[in-house]
Design a protein around this ligand. Structure first.
Ligand code: C2E
Ligand code: MG
Ligand code: MG
Length: 561
C-alpha cells in the first residue's frame, strides 16, 4: 500500500509543472524504491483525423534508473484519450523485484492513472496555447505566435540575421467579391501555403488575419522576398475552372540592427513603414527610416512614463502674457505646459497628440488647471493683483460629461474667484463633438466661467462657431497673420470676423504676433488684444510675476527690439 509520505511527494512534484515530461521522472523517483519501478515508457498513437490529417505517434521514456531488469516490460496499461488516441504505459521492474504483488500492482495502476490524467491536462493546455497562437484559416502563427517566436530569437541573440516585414494584400476585397468569400479564403490559404513553401530554415511567416501578414526573412533574401510580394500567381476556382489570380502585396520593412530595444518594435516599425508604402505610388514597399525608429521609440518612452510624470509633478506651467495694444498693459495670460524630463524640456507638440490618442490628456489638463489656481491663490495672498489665466482643454476632455463639474470643483477648492480662470477649447468639425462642445460651453456659461475658442479660423466651421457657441472670447489663429504678405482679402476677412464678434459681444484676441507691423495691421482691423513673441515668450511662474508687478510694456522698446 502506498505510504502517505511518498505518495504526497509524488503528487507534489507532479503538480509543480504542467508539462508531464518535465516532472514525471522526478515524481516516479519518489515511489520507485517502494514499488520496485525501474523504467516507465509512454507510447502515444493518434490515427489520422479531420483536425490532424497526418496523425501523430511518439514513444517517450518517462523514467529509467540503474538496476532496471533488462528485457521485455513486465507490466503494461492502456488508456484511450478524449481525442481518440491510444496511450500505452510499459513498466519494467527494479532488479530486486521478480514479480509485483497484487497490492503493489494496484498502487502502480494508481500512479499510472495520475500520470495519464496529468498528461491529458498538459495536452489540453498545449492545444489551447497553440490555438491561441495560430491563425485558424492558414494554421500560421498569428501576431501572438509571432511575438513569442521573436522573443525567443531576441533572447538567443539571432534577430540581427533577419529583416522584419509586414505586408497587406492589395485589393483583396475585389478578389473576395469576384470569387466569393469562401474561395477568397481558399486563395489566401493557397497564397500562405506557397509563401510557407519558400521559407528558408529559421525564417518565419505569420498571418495576423484577413489579408494582413508578417514575416522574418534572412537579410540576404530581402530583395528576392520583395519580388515575390510584388506579384505572385495563385489559382482560384471559378465555375469549376481554375483561373490565375495575381496577388500583390504592399510591404513595410525594418532592417533589424543593434539599436533594436525590444522585439515588439519590429512589428511597430514595420507597420508604420507599411502605412507609408500604402501612400507611395512609386513602389510597393518602404523601408523604416531612422526618423521612424526614433519617433516610435520616443512615443513609447513617453507613454510609459506619463503617469509617473504627473505624480512626480514633472509638468510645469509657463505663462505667456496677453497684452492690450492701446495701453500696453498685461491683461491676461495663457497657461502652457512644459515637461521637464531628464534635464530637458519636452515641448507640448511632442506629447499632447500622443496622450490625446491614449486618452490620458484630461489628467494633464486638470493638473494644469489645479496648478494655475494654486499660483493665482498665491499671487492674491502676496498682493500681486493677478490677471485672468486661460487654461487649454483638449477636445478629448469634452466627452467627459462631468468635466464642467470637475473644473468647478478645482476652482472652488482653490478658494480663488472664478473670474481669474478662462477655459480654452479648439473648434471641432464632427457633429457629435460639436453637440458635446455646445453643452459644455453652455454649462460653463451658466456657472460663470469664461471660455475661449482657440485657433479660431484654422478649422472649417468658424462662422457656425460664432453663431452656436456661448463663448466669451475667440483667439484668432496665427496662420491668419503669419503670412509675409497679407493681402487685402485677408484684411477684409479679419475685419469682418472682428466686427461680427464684437456685435455678438465676443472679445477677440490674436495669437502668434511676432512683428510690429502685424500689430499695426491688427489695430487697423480692430483687434486690440494680442499674445505673441513680440511682447514675450511663455515664461516660468517666477518670471511672469515680474510682469504682474510692472504691468506695462514700453512700446518704444518693443518696436525697436
Ligand atoms: P495654443 O493653445 O494655440 O498655444 C499657443 C502656442 O503658440 C504656444 O505653443 C505658444 O508658445 C505659441 N506661440 C505664442 N506666441 C507665438 C509667436 O509669436 N510665434 C509663434 N511661432 N508661436 C507662438 P506651445 O506652448 O508649444 O503649445 C502648443 C500647443 O500645445 C498649444 O497651442 C496647445 O494646443 C497645446 N497645449 C499647450 N499646453 C497645453 C495644455 O496644458 N493642455 C492641452 N490640452 N494642450 C496644451
Ligand atoms: Mg491655447
Ligand atoms: Mg492657439
Amino acid at each position: 500500500m502506498l505510504c502517505c509520505d511518498e505518495f504526497s511527494k509524488f503528487l507534489g512534484i507532479l503538480n509543480s509543472s504542467e508539462n508531464t515530461y518535465d516532472v514525471a521522472g522526478r515524481a516516479l523517483d519518489e515511489v520507485s524504491e517502494l514499488l520496485g519501478i525501474g523504467k516507465v515508457t509512454s507510447h502515444f498513437y493518434l490515427p489520422p483525423t479531420v483536425t490532424t490529417p497526418q496523425g501523430s505517434e511518439s514513444l517517450t521514456t518517462l523514467y529509467d534508473r540503474v538496476g532496471t531488469v533488462p528485457g521485455e516490460p513486465s507490466y503494461e496499461k492502456s488508456y484511450r484519450t478524449m481525442e481518440g488516441a491510444a496511450v500505452n504505459y510499459n513498466v519494467w521492474p527494479l532488479g530486486r523485484v521478480t514479480m509485483w504483488t497484487e497490492e503493489e500492482l494496484k498502487d502502480i495502476d494508481t500512479v499510472l492513472d495520475l500520470i495519464f490524467m496529468h498528461n491529458g491536462r498538459f495536452r489540453l493546455i498545449s492545444k489551447m496555447k497553440q490555438v491561441a497562437m495560430t491563425n485558424y484559416l492558414t494554421g500560421l502563427p498569428n501576431s501572438g505566435g509571432l511575438m513569442a517566436r521573436l522573443r525567443n530569437y531576441y533572447d538567443e541573440g539571432i534577430l540581427l540575421k533577419y529583416n522584419g516585414f509586414c505586408f497587406n494584400l492589395r485589393s483583396f476585397g475585389l478578389i473576395n467579391r469576384k470569387f466569393g468569400q469562401r474561395e477568397g479564403d481558399s486563395i489566401i490559404k493557397r497564397y500562405a501555403a506557397f509563401l510557407q513553401s519558400i521559407m528558408e530554415p529559421g525564417e518565419i511567416l505569420s498571418h495576423f488575419g484577413g489579408d494582413n501578414f508578417a514575416a522574418l526573412i534572412l537579410k540576404d533574401r530581402t530583395e528576392e522576398f520583395l519580388n515575390i510580394l510584388g506579384g505572385t500567381i495563385i489559382y482560384g476556382n471559378m465555375d469549376g475552372k481554375r483561373v490565375p489570380v495575381r496577388i500583390e502585396a504592399v510591404a513595410g520593412v525594418l532592417e533589424i540592427d543593434s539599436t533594436l530595444q525590444n522585439p515588439r518594435q519590429i512589428l511597430e516599425q514595420c507597420t508604420l513603414a507599411m502605412q507609408v508604402a500604402k501612400n507611395t505610388l512609386s513602389k510597393p514597399y518602404f523601408f523604416a527610416t531612422e526618423e521612424m525608429k526614433t519617433r516610435a521609440f520616443r512615443e513609447k518612452r513617453i507613454s510609459a512614463h506619463f503617469r509617473e510624470a504627473i505624480r512626480d509633478e514633472e509638468f510645469q506651467i509657463y505663462y505667456q502674457p496677453k497684452v492690450d495694444t492701446c495701453t500696453y498693459r498685461v491683461v491676461g495670460a495663457e497657461a502652457l505646459v512644459r515637461w521637464f524630463w531628464d534635464g530637458r524640456i519636452v515641448p507640448p507638440a511632442d506629447f499632447i497628440p500622443l496622450v490625446e490618442r491614449e486618452g490620458s490628456v484630461t489628467d494633464l489638463d486638470l493638473y494644469m488647471l489645479e496648478h494655475a489656481c494654486r499660483d493665482i491663490a498665491d499671487w492674491c495672498a502676496r498682493g500681486l493683483d493677478p490677471v485672468t489665466v486661460s487654461v487649454n482643454f483638449s477636445r478629448r476632455d469634452i466627452s467627459d460629461p462631468l468635466l464642467a463639474q470637475k473644473v468647478m470643483n478645482i476652482i472652488n477648492n482653490s478658494g480663488i474667484d472664478r473670474k481669474y480662470i478662462q477655459i480654452e477649447v479648439t473648434e471641432t468639425t464632427s457633429e457629435d463633438e460639436c453637440a458635446k462642445l455646445i453643452g459644455f460651453l453652455n454649462l460653463m456659461n451658466s456657472l460663470g466661467i469664461e471660455t475661449a475658442i482657440d485657433d479660431f479660423g484654422s478649422g472649417y466651421s468658424s462662422l457656425n462657431t460664432l453663431r452656436n457657441f456661448a463663448v466669451n472670447v475667440i483667439k484668432i489663429d496665427r496662420s491668419f497673420i503669419a503670412n509675409d504678405s497679407i493681402t487685402i482679402k485677408d484684411e477684409i476677412v479679419l475685419h469682418n470676423i472682428i466686427d461680427m464678434a464684437r456685435e455678438l459681444k465676443i472679445d477677440v484676441i490674436t495669437e502668434g504676433v511676432e512683428h510690429w507691423d502685424q500689430l499695426q495691421l491688427l489695430k487697423k482691423v480692430g483687434c486690440y488684444t494680442i499674445q505673441g513673441f513680440l511682447f514675450d515668450r511663455p515664461m516660468p511662474k517666477e518670471e511672469f510675476e515680474k510682469r504682474l508687478e510692472r504691468k506695462i510694456y514700453d512700446p518704444a522698446k518693443i518696436k525697436d527690439a
